[in-house]
Design a protein around this ligand. Sequence first.
Ligand code: JFZ
Length: 623
Amino acid sequence: MMCRRAVIAALSLSLVSSVAAPAQPDAAREKRIQWWRQARFGMFIHWGLYAVPAGEWKGQPIAGIGEWIMNRAKIPVKEYELLAGRFNPVKFDADAWVRVAKEAGQQYIVITSKHHDGFAMFGSKASPYNIVDATPFKRDVMKELSAACQKHGVKLCFYYSQSQDWHHPDGLGNTWDYDDAKKNFPKYLNELVKPHVREILTQYGPIGLIWFDTPQRITREQSQELTDLVHSIQPDALVSGRIGNEVGDYRSMGDNQIPARVMDYDWETPVTLNDTWGFKKDDQNWKSTQTLIRQLVDVVSKNGNYLLNVGPTSEGVIPQPSVDRLLEVGKWIKVNGAAVYGAQPSPYPYEFEWGSITAKPGRLYLHVIDWPKRDFMLYGLRSKVKSAHLLAAPGTPLKFMQIQDRTAKLSVLRITLPASPPDKDVSVVALELDGKPTVETGLAQQPDGKVTLSPIFADVTKAPDSGLSIDARGVATRWFNTGDKLSWKFRLYRGGEFRVVLVSSETRGAAGGDNWEGGHKVTVTAGGQSASGAVGDGDRRKNARNPRWQDVYSEIGRVKLSAPGMVDVTVKADSITAAHKMGFTLREVQLVKIEPNIPARAVPAKKRPATRRPAGRAKSGPR
Ligand code: JFZ
């Protein structure tokens, strides 16, 4: 029997490869994806029979995500079916749900029409195992949601589990009731999936997209057939990347995964507000509002959409902590929405520690999270800035200057900001430019002196039998081989002495579990000098962009670099500990300048005219 960890690893691997290939680039797709690119922010709703047990079975808490309880507790079909008789969401109010999404600024709703448990949350003729025929509630909640969505101008979309169906004898995933070897998967596709897909596309008006999931062993022909079926009924409906076999209209990242760079294709990340999709009564591990806004702008800055989940209760209520956070995000969006809706990715391919950048024609938006103590500085912007203001204070222009440093071949934008940020979470500076944003796109040192090198930008040299791969987050994983090597080139603007810091990362989502190992000896060579040391676990920090993962910082030495110019960096492991089969996991290499680039006094003090110095106070130091 495979242990659970291995199952999860296998699942994520298969999905990552299934979503990594190009989506179809045809004209029909270009047309149907326009609204989605404009929308940028959606609400995911996981709602089904699993909300009844809410994470507990026969008095026992069941570990893992709530909607997987049937699988995790190996609940027989006959027993699980009884939950339908107890599903009576008397407090369900479609209009109230859609109003929450609307207030939060979410432009589309993706709701589970059928999850892996096989229960249809819509009225269906294809099978009686559905909310209208099998529950005391008897209402077609999707009809009500469709009406509310049309009223409020929110796009309705459906999640549909096309491969896993733990209820149908020929669907995938249920091995405790049905013999996997005897399954007739095409029969299940023909008898249930296609009729279901036809129903959800004909009974509820225009549908924004169908969010297929976990393709598993669906073939390319089968994925294509379902995609064609969707487009034949509603040509404007998108198909998610998780239809499998690269036939979707856009790609899905792994759950809660945000890549470390701007992607040149359309993608979406589904994100949980706590640690489950379907409601679990004991899960109170809520993300902070700041994390949510930070992730939203980070995703948009990298060319993606942010699909944020709620898991309503079996009574039909969205948990209050979810509503509270969504409404706070909505307040932020009311002020800053111009930097999100229809926004294009950052012209810089890489991340900034202080926040994120989004763009529009003739505009850049700086989403500042770490409010600077002094001036805000940005390197590498070539476009001329015409004006700057905070979105929170549209009538108040900000002072700024743009200078060219000839020796460093460097353009510096310096903006004078108020002492405290207008928003406690994320404050947005809008820059009006003299045209389309143009920047130096190469990896470069930042104004704080630091250089950050992500494996996602590295040249990878692999030993012949290496399994090294860069995961969807940009973390180098499966690094077991001392013959593997990553290398980068970056532009150094200001030289000096640098700490060499390795940022290692947890490899699996489960916080605090067995998901990291250290003890490796690693050598970094930068500008011809080397630093070697061990990856230890002394300095653990939650990742600022995704607190789900902890990062482990190890300073392994120092190097001196002289500027300006291009610097080569390589990283190699001299020995790797792999007792727990994780090995060396590298999120980034940092070169941290000991003296920051910004002098203590950013703007030189003006020479005061001698005549105005108060008499009798000879307090000034040496001139
Ligand atoms: C799938 C479902 O199994 C889950 O219940 C939920 O609906 C979620 C949104 O999608 O779970 C996944 C899918 C992909 C990955 C991990 C979990 N992945 O790529 O890492």
